[in-house]
Design a protein around this ligand. Sequence first.
Ligand code: GTP
Length: 359
Amino acid sequence: MTEAVLLVGGKGTRLQPLTINTPKPMVPAAGVPFLAHQLARARAAGVRHVVLATCYLADVFEPYFGDGSAHGLRLTYVTEDEPLGTGGAIRAATPALEAGPGDPVLVFNGDILTGLDVRQLLHRHEQAQADVTLHLTRVADPRAFGLVPTGPDGRVTAFTEKPQRPEEIVTDQVNAGCYVFRREVIDTIPAGRPVSVERETFPGLLAEGALLHGVVDGAYWLDLGRPASFIQASADLVRGIVHSPAVPGEPGEYLVLPGARVERGARLGGGTVVGAGAHVEAGAEIDGSVVLDGARIGAGARVRASMIGTGARVGTRTVLDGAVVGDHSTVGADNELRDGARIWCGTAIPDAAIRYSAV
Ligand code: GTP
């Protein structure tokens, strides 16, 4: 049986205001909480037991996912009273693990969407007889990531978190947020205090001579930490650019959930999802966006690459491009918000108040 720990306890500050009322893994992408896609993909890779390492807004996971049986999995919930960081959360999950010595334990960051072949990663871990195997992906600009150079045999040679100086950028391979740990290695992480697996555990293991193996894989990969990438991930899921068994519909240019109302003459495309109870009025155009449950998009509004929170209102003729409208906010008619503009939850913007806003 393959077992996994899913790290879902972070505050998701970069994704605010979407994460004010909802933890990042529960924010809907392509019609279901993002976590549902990760669980479905884990299930498809042969995982049968998942430990959810929760902390921030921990209470909302279990009412939705229950014991996991509806998702073909067994779920165990572990909650930290205080955030213990990525490493501390993995350590805190140990009482719930069933794997024996030598067995592999998968660990997934809760905010990564990837088409990685997880069975292949497990196979490579076994072949290399590694202590920890890391999925690595190549990115064009590695400065916001953890760099992980490897030798010709795949052995990890260094860890550099978020390099600042040009001479530190020695590779375009970055930590992709999916690991295989040999079970007993997890016990070496200190218990009961915050630990970063990226900054402390991995460099420490390397210094002690442990075998850390990197698997560079070119499959689809997106870090959903920021609104633009979250919106992109949802659109890619709707369009089937990356496959998830949890998408509630066939791949296509848009997905309208049951109970939503899209009036004639409205245009949807680019992987847009319209949530249950949402209402899109005539003449509205929505491209590559996420419209959450109960939101309303006014007649003639133009919405692109944006996220409209639960119960939010977008006024007639308003233009949103790369914007986030928090839950239950109202943007009046004839506004224009672009380039990362974020409207906090519950805000009301009058008609024609904003022509252009960049953050
Ligand atoms: P930002 O606040 O925007 O950086 O997001 P984040 O809180 O999610 O942090 P980050 O993206 O670095 O976290 C990577 C993964 O680890 C995410 O899936 C988080 O949910 C998870 N995570 C981060 N810190 C903790 C923690 O203290 N406890 C638990 N259980 N999970 C954590």
